[in-house]
Design a protein around this ligand. Structure first.
Ligand SMILES: [Zn+2]
Ligand SMILES: [Zn+2]
Length: 327
């Protein structure tokens, strides 16, 4: 089968012909029909995730069809459409797993990081970590739900009942989350790179009540802010815009250093929190919600062989919405 593989940081992915993987008991072989391109893939290519295997096939927003199960009585029937997210496996035994925080399991394995992901024609996954997908979304639209959607949703839950919600960095995750927040009666304030008028128009078209540069102050104080852009300075900018008792939630896996700031910005019981990975429960809850709210998902579809181009476009901020690869 064809796969786009990463052999070394900072090098382009290589198109290779590799053996089709064979599912072990408890795993399924999946024919990939779409795989989203996530900013985490960019951090992987940039060598910012040293915990990942090398070489590796990236891709953790996988939509595909079960071809074969490695078990006689598998969880998924042949032909079932499934989604494969970032969380590939957890131990089930450690303190975090037992406390319902499998996202923090120290032995957790991640798709497209520790195990090969979806930048390929086929992939295998642990059947217990695959997710059922809402029927209203086609394969291309469903792919970004699996990380951009899920991580955005976990960040949103951490923002609590914030009425005025700020979002810093308006890409794939934000354009999905803004619609969920809007549908639930929240007011969304979107922050983009300054002078990115096109990005601000994009944000307003997805339900943001206000959109401006990240150097601007919102017209009303925020109850919480979510930072999706991997820029530490935005944490400080967000703190300045959040009212007392409010939260700044960092939704990315990697971020540049946060500059020092006066304690006064944190004073007043403001808090800064990060979101790490996801649990299966997050996945099930979010996808159930996505089945009820009609979310408009903006994608740019590219053939698998053009994965490097998709990554470059994401890096340069040229994408509105999410890039999706099709084998
Ligand atoms: Zn564990
Ligand atoms: Zn991701």
């Amino acid at each position: 089968m064809k796969a786009m593989r990463l052999h070394a940081a900072h090098a382009p992915l290589r198109e290779e012909t590799v053996a089709e993987p064979r599912p072990a008991p408890g795993e399924v072989l999946i024919k990939v029909s779409a795989c989203g391109v996530c900013r985490t893939d960019l951090h992987l290519v940039d060598g910012e995730l040293p915990q990942c295997s090398s070489p590796v096939t990236p891709g953790h927003e996988i939509v595909g069809t079960v071809v074969r199960s490695g078990s006689a009585q598998g969880r998924w029937k042949e032909g079932s459409r499934v989604g494969v997210p970032w969380l590939a496996w957890t131990c089930g035994e450690c303190l975090d797993c037992r406390a319902g925080r499998e996202n923090l399991c120290p032995r957790a394995r991640f798709t497209g990081c520790h195990v090969d992901g979806g930048y390929a024609e086929y992939t295998i996954a642990d059947e217990r970590f695959c997710l059922a997908l809402p029927e209203r979304y086609g394969d291309e639209q469903a792919a970004p739900l699996l990380c951009a959607g899920l991580i955005g949703y976990r960040s949103y839950l951490k923002a609590g009942d914030a009425k005025n919600l700020g979002i810093y960095g308006f890409g794939a995750a934000a354009h999905i989350l803004a619609q969920v927040a809007h549908a639930e009666g929240r007011s969304v304030f979107a922050f983009t790179r300054s002078n990115d008028l096109e990005g601000q128009r994009f944000a307003r078209s997805f339900g943001a009540q206000w959109a401006g540069g990240s150097d601007e102050s919102p017209p009303e104080p925020l109850d919480a802010a979510i930072v999706f852009a991997p820029v530490g300075a935005l944490v400080v900018a967000a703190l300045k815009s959040v009212r007392k008792g409010g939260a700044v939630i960092c939704g990315g896996i990697h971020m540049s250093d946060i500059p020092s700031f006066p304690y006064d910005l944190l004073w007043g019981e403001r808090r800064i929190e990060s979101v790490a990975n996801l649990t299966r429960e997050d996945g099930e809850r979010f996808l159930e919600l996505a089945g009820k709210i009609p979310i408009r998902i903006e994608t740019t579809l590219l053939p698998l062989a053009r994965a490097n181009e998709a990554l470059a476009a994401l890096r340069e901020g040229k994408l509105s919405g999410a890039a999706v690869l099709r084998p």
